[in-house]
Write a protein of this length. Structure first.
Length: 154
């Protein structure tokens, strides 16, 4: 079976807004390791566990010799929200867990970044666009908002 190339290089796809993807960001004035621990604690206080975590910068250094500034991924998960989401859309697992990224913008200054998989899933056709899903988005949004408010207690 041959695949056809679709070279529509002059076609621009719409870029979703920060709100449409649930983008949240914060800056922490602390060392990288301290920031990782602070983010872990802030999300735990808001009801998230960390299902998986790893240093992207260490992995890339080991695998390809890349010399990157510290960059760390915390795969956060609220089990109740994950269960509700998977009940409505098994495809959601392709985006799990909800990643929170911490990278060193400069020594002593860390950038924290998160996007909502619950908001992104419908944009990708991986979840319904209905009232039940909107309720799940609102509920997870409240938890993420609480986690980011917890970051301010640094």
């Amino acid at each position: 079976m041959a695949l056809e190339s679709n070279d529509d290089s002059d076609v621009e796809l719409p870029t979703p807004s920060d709100d449409e993807i649930g983008k949240k960001q914060a800056t922490l004035e602390m060392g990288h390791e301290e920031a990782i621990e602070h983010v872990r604690e802030a999300f735990a206080e808001a009801g998230f566990g960390v299902a998986v975590e790893f240093s992207v910068s260490d992995m890339l250094a080991e695998k390809i010799g890349a010399d990157r500034d510290p960059y760390y991924v915390l795969g956060a998960c609220n089990p109740e929200m994950a269960d509700r989401g998977l009940d409505m859309s098994p495809e959601l697992g392709g985006l799990m867990p909800c990643n929170v990224v911490v990278w060193e913008a400069e020594p002593g200054r860390q950038h924290v970044y998160h996007v909502s998989i619950m908001k992104i899933a419908p944009l990708l056709g991986m979840a319904p666009q209905d009232e039940d899903w909107e309720e799940l988005i609102a509920d997870t949004g409240e938890l993420v908002e609480a986690a980011f408010e917890n970051l301010d207690s640094a």
